[in-house]
Design a protein around this ligand. Sequence first.
Ligand code: ZN
Length: 483
Amino acid sequence: MSDSQELGITESKEHATGEWYAEVIQKAKLADYAPMGGFIVTRPRGYALWERLQNHLDAWFKDTGVTNAYFPMFIPESYLEKEKDIVEGFDPEVAWVTHGGYDELEERLAVRPTSESIITPFLAQWTRSHRDLPHRVNQWCSVVRWEATETKPFFRTKEFLWQEGHTAHEDGDEAWDEAMTRLDQYENLYEDVLAIPVLRGRKPDHDKFPGADTTTTVEALMPDGKSVQGATSHYLGQSFAEAYDVTYVDENEDEQTAHTTSWGLSWRSLGALVMTHSDDQGLVLPPALAPEQVVIVPIWQEDTKEEVLDYAEELALDLDEEFRVHLDDRDERNPGFKYNEWELKGVPLRIEVGPNEVDDEEVTLVHRPDGETETADRDDLDETVEDHLDTVFAKLKADAEENLEENVREAHSREDILGTIGQHGGYVKAPWCGDEDCEDPIKEAIAAEIVMVPMDPDAEPIGDDCAICGEDATETAYFAKSY
Ligand SMILES: [Zn+2]
């Protein structure tokens, strides 16, 4: 296999999205498949994306009163069982440890599918009086859900990286505000860092987190017309606090039960990132996450090599302080090869310099997403690069926004919902009575479901009658196929 074949993406995003996605993940060196089905190895370039994303979110969490902690990856079965709803919700997906060495354990240990059942008891221990509240604890960790599905890196794996935040509060209003603060931060991460617009709403009651009062979500539309649940924030009400005795003594010396929340974002966000922006040349990354923001490619002949390289090195030095810049001065590769490689790796901005640029004291800048090329003065290169990276971000965001705007449609009958999703994918909003039975026929026919309903409690449904059963509509449901 020649180098160019090895580098190039052979599948088409439009016509073979799944194969294309797998190829981009592997060829851009983000991840490999582990020997056990359902697990992946996150390679340094993939982990670098997760770290940058983590840095953004972690800083916002800390600015808003959250501290990080770490709880064991194993949870005693008796702890899981205390919240019957959780057991029912997760049991078939739980991986169990039954032996330590050769000895059978007296009590099975669950590999955490999520950590409410081990964290909440400690929130209870740490809470005596109202002065101890609120608690806001987050952990960055991995969880395991033993789903028997095909492995899709970052989208579907048995073990996945995420953060899970858990909080306890004196009253319900404060806990609700907490859940909304976290949903806002998830929305900001998608829109301002990943350049992916999202819809925010809540899950229908039959699809909320087991034991939650309300599950809220940000949903992102992928170019293939499927929705990704981008992150969820749960207002848990008092159910977990009651099950695990998170009680406190209030100002009047009366015992009260706390209100709790939990909220999580996983590396599925990286899957959404790759799926949204990348193309048939490979990865496309927003500047904030790209391991290299700028690559400088010098173009020389033997007689111009020295002056071009010197110039390119000066540019790299100029930019080094403010940006993640890489000078590709490899002798053994020609410029065309280098362009392909850095396009595959998703570097947002390429600077080309040859003898002409040296003579004119200029640079040629090329945007990764669309190849737009511009010449600029070498002076104030920092500012120039900053502007161009902003432009690249704006282009990515605008494309994704256009995709979302064009793909929210309305339907008022069962046939209409089926036909519209069948033809276009995307979201179809329809008036809905609130009954799970009215989702079933859509699910059975085309595997689409209600991914969210808008959260505004005063919002009127978009029609008087449920699109499925014809009874009174109480809300507007967003149907979509989802990842
Ligand atoms: Zn109905």
